[in-house]
Design a protein around this ligand. Structure first.
Ligand code: QUE
Length: 352
């Protein structure tokens, strides 16, 4: 049904099924894949025989690792920003379409789900995770900002918006328990494939009921974010990035609310996750998220596009993608190298 590479779209019973099929690149989304998904969901929106849309992956270990940022980097480095601008515009339009969709959308987040993977799962009604789900918004490491509407989703969670800002700044690796705690996941199953087989012929309620498992069945049933939420909120709730950075630096290894060893380990992991982040991205993320917390998804997406476009033209995006995904040396040289040397106004004045 789909004429687009790396996307399989078909009807099964009363379900429209989209399969991401670019397993060698962990299903990172190309312009053609965005077009294929958009075409299929647009067609099914007005098809009364379709009761539910399923978004899944053919890859075993990954739902979707993000957008094809390597492809964007290549055209950006030729000084040709148009293909990248077009890609993000079309991707964000799809994210908004999924958020406003008139039927249930069941995303099966088996394995890795990062960046653009959240854009095609987090805005839908049924955000299915498994014990093997690993979520993250790691854009600060590639010199970018959390996008695909996640600046909005992360500031409108079931939990304090400061926790969403923490996730966006640190690129925190979210366990299944963290996904449930935040609401980024709202259904836990052991076998996503079994659920996908039942959905086309059973009612949604019955299929979910049969597939669900309890959080207590996870190897790590407690959310680390939940355990440390007081510190996260105290540290991330107010101020610019430089204020937050100072509170992290001055944070005591000892914290009366949490087991001393746990807290010291957590604090080390937070500091480590920020070492490889682009300082300009961190400054920009705080500005974008604070605005997104106060506005609607469409405006948040527009702001992400404006700020992301600016970061790409600064060159830090090309350097970050090089360090993380091309050369994989993980030692990006970002400029400026310190957040104190970044003016928040550079980004805040781009916001609607
Ligand atoms: C931040 C990102 C991405 C990322 C890593 C980050 C991203 C993305 C990929 C990725 C991973 C594996 C692949 C691939 C891409 O990694 O968006 O092609 O094989 O797509 O720290 O935003």
């Amino acid at each position: 049904m789909s004429d687009h590479k790396n996307i399989i779209a078909r009807v099964e019973g009363h379900a429209g099924v989209i399969e991401l099929d670019r397993p060698k690149a962990l299903n990172s989304l190309t312009p053609d894949m965005i077009a294929g998904i958009t075409q299929a969901v647009s067609k099914w929106e007005s098809d009364d025989s379709i009761e539910v849309v399923i978004i899944r992956s053919t890859a075993k270990r990954a739902f979707c690792a993000g957008g094809d940022v390597r492809g964007v980097r290549e055209t950006d480095m030729e000084g040709n920003y148009q293909p990248g601008d077009d890609f993000f515009r079309d991707e964000y339009a799809l994210n908004l379409q999924l958020a406003e969709y008139n039927k249930p959308i069941v995303a099966l987040m088996e394995g890795v789900c990062m960046g653009g993977g959240f854009g095609i799962s987090a805005h839908g009604s049924h955000r299915v995770i498994t014990p093997r789900t690993l979520g993250a918004m790691p854009e600060a490491a590639i010199g970018f900002v959390p996008d695909v509407g996640m600046s909005h989703a992360l500031t409108h969670l079931d939990v304090d918006p400061a926790i969403g800002l923490f996730i966006g700044c640190t690129g925190w690796r979210l366990s299944p328990a963290d996904m449930l705690f935040t609401g980024l996941g709202n259904v836990l199953v052991d076998d996503a494939n079994a659920l996908a087989e039942q959905l086309p012929t059973q009612s949604l309620r019955e299929a979910l009921q049969a597939a669900r498992i309890d959080q207590s069945e996870l190897d790590e049933p407690q959310s680390v974010l939940e355990k440390h939420q007081k510190w996260i909120v105290d540290t991330f709730a107010v101020g610019s990035w430089v204020d937050i950075e100072r509170r992290i630096a001055e944070s005591d290894e000892v914290n009366g609310d949490v087991n001393a060893e746990d807290h010291a380990k957590f604090l080390r992991a937070v500091r480590e996750s920020l070492e490889t982040a682009n300082p300009s991205s961190l400054v920009a993320i705080v500005e974008v998220f604070r605005r997104s917390a106060q506005t609607d998804l469409a405006t948040a997406l527009k702001n992400e596009l404006a700020v992301g476009g600016h970061l790409r033209r600064e060159g830090n995006f090309a350097e970050g993608v090089r360090a993380v995904l091309v050369d994989k040396d993980r030692t990006a040289r970002f400029d400026p190298a310190r957040a104190e040397d970044v003016d928040p106004k550079t980004y805040s004045e781009l916001l609607s």
